[in-house]
Design a protein around this ligand. Structure first.
Ligand code: SAM
Length: 349
């Protein structure tokens, strides 16, 4: 994005941020809380994932609705690849004003919307005057009426939304029937609002980050070990791409080679299921219910497996709970609690 455009946006932000009201005092607390959501996705991570989805974008309106255009590599990626992807329109909306390096101190209650409809003058560069900038009436909250109107226009939503609002964020995308590709934390897989979407094959995991960890641009203090530390970034583990865009990966068969033995795959104390502590070890000769780690979802193919439930929110059918099942949703093995498990069963082929 050009300097001129940045300046226009910064000026707009400055103009929109007036004096403080009582509402702002309340807003400041919320902003403080929201601070933990302030980290920015790197271009390389966006490119690594998006290269698998090119066919989905032709003639589509893409919305990045948690994206300050001054910071967002999502907006820049789609603008710079607009013609290559054959996009129809690109829209980005930001939440309040977060860029302390410009005029704002992150306390602005109004936000902006940027629209790009491709190269107009044939120079194949995203020129400032080709990007429409308009101010929103409110703070750009994805749940606000005006943002919902913008959402309705979109075909595909691509962003890294605030982790703290992930449940609501996904619920809204589903409510409005949107296609999406978004970053979230692996813990979200078993949220009671999200898990049924996985179980019903309405959402799945994308290609992901190496080792399910990523570095994000941020001002937060990084707690990564020295060998993983990168200047100006935080390392977040357990991050994944969540999508409902069809990809080859979700149709790949997980090769199974291990044979079932009671010693290696013991039965839980409280579930009529066996413990399989590594997805790669799923026995090739067992068609009963088994508990696998949540990382299994990265290998899940709905033609090969059926999801029965998960221990985290107690969403396992009663028929698999053994008679002495108490209130423990977590599976137990010989009286010892096992970490969160997803219960699956192989499909007979
Ligand atoms: C994890 S950051 C990612 C930013 C950007 N999407 C990226 O990937 O570089 C999440 C962003 O969501 C914004 N945000 C927080 N609450 C929001 C809300 N209610 N509506 C829209 N955006 C929100 C934050 O300001 C933050 O910039």
């Amino acid at each position: 994005m050009g300097i001129k455009n940045r300046a226009i946006i910064a000026l707009l932000s400055a103009l929109l941020c007036g004096g403080m009201t009582m509402g702002d005092v309340k807003g400041l607390h919320a902003a403080k809380k929201a601070k933990k959501d302030e980290f920015y996705t790197q271009r390389v991570d966006i490119e690594n994932e998006l290269r698998h989805y090119k066919a989905h974008f032709r003639d589509k309106v893409v919305l990045c609705n948690c994206d300050d255009p001054r910071q967002s590599e999502f907006f820049k990626y789609f603008a710079e690849n607009f013609e290559m992807l054959g996009l129809k329109r690109l829209i980005a909306t930001c939440y309040k004003s977060q860029d302390v390096d410009l005029f704002s101190q992150g306390d602005c209650e109004r936000a902006i919307c940027q629209i790009y409809e491709g190269d107009k003058n044939g120079n194949m560069i995203v020129d400032d005057d080709e990007i429409g900038v308009r101010e929103l009436k409110g703070d750009g909250d994805f749940r606000s009426e005006e943002c919902i109107e913008i959402l309705k226009e979109a075909d595909i939503v691509v962003t890294n939304p605030p982790f703290s609002l992930f449940r609501e964020y996904v619920a809204q995308l589903v409510q409005y029937g949107k296609k999406f590709l978004i970053i979230g934390h692996q813990n979200a897989i078993t949220y009671k609002e999200i898990f049924p979407l996985f179980k019903g094959n309405r959402i799945w995991l994308g290609f992901g980050f190496k080792g399910n960890a990523a570095h994000f641009r941020s001002r937060y203090e990084d707690t990564a070990v020295a060998s993983d530390h990168r200047e100006g970034m935080i390392r977040v583990s357990g991050v994944m791409w969540f999508t409902n865009l069809d990809i080859q990966k979700r149709h790949e068969i997980l090769p199974l080679y291990k044979k079932y033995t009671l010693a290696e795959f013991p039965k839980y104390d409280n579930y009529d299921a066996i413990e399989v502590s590594k997805s790669a070890d799923i026995p090739c000769d067992d068609y009963g219910v088994m508990g696998v780690p949540i990382t299994f979802m990265d290998k899940y193919n709905s033609d090969q497996f059926e999801i029965i439930g998960c221990s985290d929110n107690g969403a396992v059918a009663d028929e698999y709970k053994l008679p002495h099942f108490k209130s423990h949703n977590e599976p137990y093995l010989n009286g010892k609690k096992v970490y969160k498990r997803i219960f699956i069963r192989r499909k007979q082929k």
